[in-house]
Design a protein around this ligand. Structure first.
Ligand SMILES: Cc1cc2nc3c(=O)[nH]c(=O)nc-3n(C[C@H](O)[C@H](O)[C@H](O)COP(=O)(O)OP(=O)(O)OC[C@H]3O[C@@H](n4cnc5c(N)ncnc54)[C@H](O)[C@@H]3O)c2cc1C
Length: 441
């Protein structure tokens, strides 16, 4: 066993980011993941009918995702992202289209100008948006203890601004209904992403080849630094005497490490360390995301992606424009879109056929180019525990999550990151844990 050995339990993005960083600072890392694949809640697979690679739900990254981007750069997979040159988001409803285009000026000035140019919002809607954005930047609007709706009402946002701008942003970033979502997370998102200090912070990045491609080089990266990945294996027991960690794996193997990073969700942490998590953290509620993939016999989608307003569907992504597709598949299925419905509790009990038919019908109301185009195939993925439900009651409890021993850290998107449950939150928690363990050395 190497002097600086580390066990990482869980191969989601918190564990992957931790392992990549630890490897670069000299740790010999063993990663153990109970499923047969890496990526956790962010992974892709080939659709059996069409052969297209689809994600377990369309994921979006942003330019401000610095922890994720440094992890991807270390693996050489940041080039697999379709990167916008500047923030550009279309909003579509039955009355037509609006586009938030931030390309006219750099950074946050471009976002502000883009907002002011939204044609379906009047000055009476737009000025309060900018006033609130400034109050967030100056630290006057913190959102602490409030739901997003309470914060928006307190700062005089119009009904139209809430429906056409704030609600799509909250659903996409916090995955909770606007009247439940913690407002301090919205403030963080606005300050870091839309009005961040970096030029690229608000740019949207979308995995072009599927999420799993982003992690493909990971096992060889680890191996080249003396590490290893064990998939289809779980950690059943973990204990520490403060200087070394003893682990038992589901394959019966016992192993000893200098440190461990546990990168699992609360139920798995509770199984490893009964009684560690405070009751309210252990019993956190989760919020679903429903993703729908549709294939058509014609190419009808003329946007890269768009927020859809007044529909069950919230976002539509044109996979043929954003992904790299096998030409033979594209010939058979020229149209292919991914739809996202965050906080989608209302859909969880509906049948797949019903959801596909309802989403297809909604799209036809919004995109006249769909006339005469037939839907050939649909897939519905219901992630019932997509992210924890970030309410003002639950979000502050994340600060209570601590490792059980000085040489064992707990990480994951639900831990005390100050961010919504996202890839960036997961990766950030992993990097920070390695920094803490490095300082202990
Ligand atoms: C449908 C959907 C859409 C999303 N969209 C976005 C988006 O657009 N942008 C964004 O930033 N985020 C998005 N997210 C959130 C993002 O996917 C998560 O925040 C992130 O993947 C969480 O990573 P994690 O490592 O914290 O947890 P996980 O991915 O849950 O990883 C934990 C891992 O630990 C493993 N494990 C558990 N117990 C053990 C054990 N005892 N031994 C070994 N292994 C174990 C699990 O199998 C799992 O692989 C979305 C999530 C979903 C579900």
């Amino acid at each position: 066993m190497s002097r600086r050995s580390m066990l990482v339990v869980g191969g989601g993005w918190a564990g992957i980011a931790a392992a990549v960083k630890a490897t670069s600072s000299g740790w010999h890392v063993t990663m153990v993941e109970e499923r047969p694949y890496l990526g956790g809640r962010a992974r892709s697979f080939a659709d059996k009918v069409t052969g297209d690679v689809i994600d377990n739900g369309q994921h979006v990254l942003m330019g401000c995702y610095s922890a994720m981007m440094s992890t991807l750069r270390a693996m050489g997979t940041d080039s697999l992202l379709h990167k916008q040159k500047a923030l550009r988001v279309a909003f579509v409803d039955t009355s037509g289209r609006d586009v938030l285009d931030a390309s006219q000026l750099p950074g946050k000035a471009g976002v502000a100008l883009g907002l002011l140019r939204l044609s379906k919002l009047s000055r009476a809607d737009l000025w309060p948006i900018l006033r609130l954005a400034m109050a967030m930047q100056w630290g006057r609007a913190t959102g602490h203890g409030l739901t997003c709706l309470e914060l928006l009402q307190r700062y005089g946002q119009t009904e139209r601004a809430i429906q056409r701008f704030w609600e799509p942003v909250v659903l996409a970033t916090v995955n909770a209904p606007i009247n439940m979502a913690d407002a301090s997370l919205l403030v963080t998102v606005m300050n870091r992403a839309f009005f961040g200090s970096g030029r690229d912070d608000s740019r949207i990045y979308i995995p072009a080849d599927g999420l799993s491609a982003l992690v493909e080089p990971f096992p060889s990266l680890l191996a080249s630094h003396g590490g290893t990945v064990l998939c289809s294996t779980s950690v059943e027991h973990l204990s520490s005497d403060g200087t070394s960690v003893r682990a038992t794996f589901s394959n019966g193997q016992d192993a000893v490490f200098d440190t461990a990073i546990v990168a699992c969700q609360p139920p798995a942490v509770e199984r490893l360390f009964p009684g560690l998590l405070p009751e309210l953290v252990r019993t956190m509620e989760f919020s679903p995301i429903v993703s729908v993939y549709l294939w058509y016999d014609g190419a009808w989608c003329d946007v890269d992606f768009a927020a859809t307003l007044g529909t069950t569907t919230q976002w539509v992504f044109n996979r043929r424009a954003l992904g790299r597709t096998d030409p033979a598949i594209e010939k058979r299925f020229p149209g292919h879109v991914a739809l996202t419905i965050s906080a989608g509790s209302a859909l969880v009990t509906r049948s797949q056929d019903d959801i596909v038919a309802a989403c297809d019908a909604e799209l036809r109301q919004l995109f006249p180019a769909m006339e005469g185009v037939r839907c050939l195939h649909g897939v519905v993925i219901k992630e019932k525990r997509a992210t924890f439900l970030a309410t003002p009651q639950v979000h502050p409890l994340r600060a209570l999550v601590r490792g059980p021993f000085p040489n064992v850290e707990i990480v994951g998107d639900w831990t005390n990151t100050g961010l919504p449950a996202t890839l960036e939150g997961a990766a950030y928690s992993g990097l920070k844990a390695v920094e803490r363990l490095d300082r202990r050395e």
